[in-house]
Design a protein around this ligand. Structure first.
Ligand SMILES: [Zn+2]
Length: 153
C-alpha cells in the first residue's frame, strides 16, 4: 500500500443547527395535546398482555397488537427507575448543567418515560424515589408541557 503525504491535509470541526418539523403521529399527538390541554398523562394498554405503555405507542412490542385506541389515564405520580446527571451545557438541552434526567415509571404504567427531575440534589437521587409531574405554566407544545418531575414530600 502506498503511503500518502498528509502534511498539507487538515480538518475543520463544525456544528450544524438543523431546524425541523416532526410529525408526532396520531398516538404521540394525543399524548402531547392531552398533557397540554388537560394536564393529564395518558398511556395505552395492551388487552392481550395487560402492559400499559407510557409514552404511548401504536403497537404492543410483545404481542404486536394494535393498541392505539386503548387509552388509559395515569396519575401524575411515579417512581424513578434510573437516572443520569447531565454535566455539560449545550444550547439544545432544556436546562443549564448540572441537571438530572430520570427514567420515571408512572403508577399504573409498565414502561418508564424520560424527563427532567428537579427539587433534589443529584447526589441524593435513588432508584425508587417517589416523584410527581409539575406542569408548565405556558405551553411549548412539546413534552416540556410537563415542566419537570419533583420528589413527593
Ligand atoms: Zn401485549
Amino acid at each position: 500500500m502506498k503511503n500518502f503525504d498528509t502534511s498539507d491535509c487538515y480538518t475543520i470541526q463544525g456544528k450544524l443547527a438543523l431546524p425541523y418539523t416532526y410529525f408526532a403521529g396520531r398516538v404521540g399527538s394525543k399524548f402531547t395535546t392531552t398533557i397540554r390541554d388537560k394536564q393529564k398523562i395518558m398511556g395505552v394498554k395492551c388487552n392481550t398482555c395487560n402492559k400499559v405503555f407510557v409514552p404511548p405507542r401504536q403497537t404492543c412490542e410483545r404481542c404486536m397488537e394494535d393498541i392505539r385506541d386503548n387509552w388509559v389515564e395515569l396519575k401524575n405520580n411515579g417512581a424513578v427507575t434510573n437516572f443520569t446527571v447531565v454535566r455539560y451545557d449545550d444550547k439544545h438541552l432544556p436546562r443549564k448543567a448540572p441537571f438530572i434526567l430520570a427514567m420515571i415509571r408512572l403508577d399504573g404504567a409498565d414502561t418508564p418515560m424520560t424527563h427532567i427531575l428537579e427539587g433534589i440534589d443529584p447526589e441524593k437521587v435513588q432508584e425508587g424515589l417517589k416523584v410527581k409531574a409539575v406542569f408548565a405554566r405556558q405551553t411549548t407544545n412539546t413534552i416540556l408541557d410537563i415542566d419537570h418531575f419533583e420528589p413527593i414530600e
